[in-house]
Design a protein around this ligand. Sequence first.
Ligand SMILES: [Zn+2]
Length: 350
Amino acid sequence: MSGGEEGPVCPADAVGGRLWDADREQMSLDELRETQLRRLQLTLRRAHDGLSSWRSRLAELRIAPEDVDCHGDAQDLGFTSPADLREGYPFGTLVVPREEVVLARAAARDGGALVTAWSRTDIEVERGLAARALAAGGVRRGDIVLDASGAGSPGGFDVTAAAGLLGATVLRAGGDPAHEPALMRDLGVAAVVCTSAHASALAGAVEDGAVDQGRLACRTVFHSGGPWSDDERRRVEAALGATALRLYLPDEMGAPPVAFECLARNGLHVNEDHYLTEVVDARTSSTVFEGEVGELVITTLSRQAQPLIRYRTGDLGSIIYEPCVCGRRFARISLAAERPVAERVATDER
Ligand SMILES: [Zn+2]
């Protein structure tokens, strides 16, 4: 990561926020596509060398990892499903020795347990991506950030590490939304990271008179694990006097936000240099047009311990590629629904 503390202010004055990793977040389209291709091929090489299932799959297709491109060829690779992770439980989908895993996250999914695994390098990448999201929401050096993301939550991102990169201070307070508004007032909390449900509970406590909203200094609430209606978002923002920004953290991708909102709030920017995102028709598996809703399919481009190739998230959304006013090059997704069980595709579909 190259941005250092804070990073430059986003170019559009009306947007605000900062580009923590400006060189990456603003890279040209050619540079981005070249980075994605190189990382996709490296990812396939790691999968090929580390997993017999991927060796077989690529042999059947008669393609070498270095021959695959990001679009046409990649679509021939089939998909990875939650069932693949369940079948590999707990460590059967690692491509590094188990001893190189420094963090494992376990999550329940579709009636089974999934384990995702992280190497030291994976953790460093994760922290940088989390810092991007906080900087985009205006967190800066000296700010106090309330970490109410839920200790032990597999998808909760590492607020302490991300805020530390930005020179901010983290407050951990135990997660009781009835008491946190008073702490936010007393300590001058500038931002909160939490689930959508927790943000709603904080707003409820303020509405019930826990504190005078005018004495809160909170500017941004980063929330994940929707869904929220527009009305609920407005209610939370009014109660806390803050802007609510959404994070997309599918459990299998772990803690770094795959995508995050900037202050322009025109969709969630995908960290495209680390995640290749496709949108497919959930039933036919064919790619849908830009802007159309389908199932989000994500390929990790930098994960060392446990790469996921064309992983079917089960989440519905759409993607657009036009540049955002904030100066970021990265495509933006709109989430229509996270984890709709009724839309789950057959797990043996490859
Ligand atoms: Zn933006």
